[in-house]
Design a binder for this molecule. Sequence first.
Ligand code: SAM
Length: 253
Amino acid sequence: MAALLLSAVVAGWLSMFEYCPFSSTRPTFAPPRDPIRSESDPLAGDALKRGLWSLDTVALRDFGIGRHRQVDDTPAGGGAGMVLRADVVAAALDAARATAAEAPAIYLSPRGEPLTQALVRDFAATPGLILLAGRFEGLDQRVVEARALREVSIGDYVLSGGELAAMVLIDAVVRLLPGVVGKAASLNEESFEAGLLEYPQYTRPREWEGVEIPQVLLSGDHKRIAEWRRAEAERITRERRPDLWRARGRKDK
Ligand code: SAM
């Protein structure tokens, strides 16, 4: 099993662009270390150590223009903020492409298609990904089109940069890679996998602050437990996420 995993995920499997605000003014500063690559992270960090995935970062600054390595400029037509230049972004993207020829290029963007578990599953099945994190007002539209960037959003809110969005995507994808999460079955039962949110979980003690674990979970009757969990997953999905519930209904037809 290990050989299969290794060939799929090592060596430039993920490339992330990092805009490091420290690099030009304080060259001695190392780019901030992200939590996902921390060795103390029991899933992604540990899987990285085991060679199940890898991450190369490319600093946009390295492709900047002139003495100040400028990566942005004022918006055409006026308005607030700055826009990342198409020529700079394209040069950085092309450099990443040289080591990841087949990888889809994704631009983390609030305008993108929503990141869902289904999309995460698709990404986990690719040989690799190139992730582009924007800053300021975003990218010059021409590079989005010229490099066929797929725009993906992690939610209906605006972050100040795409790096955290890229971390979210990476974390969700890495835990689906074979060998990362101990028991594959635990992934299948998670929220969204069957178009449902997960049922409630309990553990010891049997009674806590006067509240008992539901009797059925202590019965040892696996069929009844499965039925109870299914019914609870359906109830919670109906109550909390009518959109998911309706989408399920449509799929079942
Ligand atoms: N002017 C842009 C807009 O209104 O759509 C927002 C730019 S935002 C301040 C800067 C960068 O953060 C974006 O280029 C993108 O890479 C990232 N970003 C912000 N919100 C995001 C989200 N919800 N999902 C993914 N990336 C996001």
